[in-house]
Design a binder for this molecule. Sequence first.
Ligand code: ATP
Length: 248
Amino acid sequence: MIPKDHPRYESLIRREKIAEAAWDKIVAMEGVGSHGRGEAFDYLIGEKTTPSALIAEKTAAALLLNAKKPVISVNGNTAALAADQISDLQKKTGALVEVNLFHRTEERIQKITKLLEENGVIVLKGKTERLLPLSHDRALCIQEGIYSADVILVPLEDGDRCEKLVEMGKTVITIDLNPLSRTARTADLTIVDELTRAIANITEAAENMTQEQQKKLIENLDNKKLLKSAIKSIMENLSDAMDRKAQA
Ligand code: ATP
């Protein structure tokens, strides 16, 4: 039992959710490793949404609201941490939700779909075909979903698929705490923030923005600048930590 007054309560709760979901075979063992990498970067960034991440989140909301066919691609970690939040985001943006897994088994697809549906998500179902030019199972998707999306939110993505989705002409939004990853550098828009903070902020922005604000955010999108800001935030955070150490 994690005490509520623990200074890192939120992070430990997320870790517990990932561990439970791994036991339930919703999260793959490899996904536990990915979560650990995310935790490390979250520590470096100060476990908070930086001003540039908030801009990225608002821009993500604008892109999803202005899309012809927005799709959210969900994997095990995303479902384990944010099934209820995905439901809210789907309601606010009208996006389709499709389950897409690297470590794909029919059992995991069904378990993740069930978890999402229990939390109010409408999960896209249909014939799954090998439609993306990838040798692994993330190539498998639904024609009316990921394959034909114009804007796609792929939280916690792998670099390969991100690259292919961009090459297919889709606008790719990712959420990745590691600003150095291939995914972060390949996507059209990278939100360098923790998944649950990011989804909450995208959903809030989707409720509260005028058309004019949305247009401006899309026009001003500059992913290189956002990534530079994220790296700068990490460096400033480390520098503050060194100063505090020197004073101790
Ligand atoms: P790439 O191929 O893009 O270089 P990778 O091999 O570094 O990817 P993966 O394990 O495929 O990484 O994807 C996980 C990524 O998601 C990691 O970069 C990790 O930092 C990030 N991540 C993990 N958990 C979270 C989370 N809760 N919120 C945001 N980002 C996360």
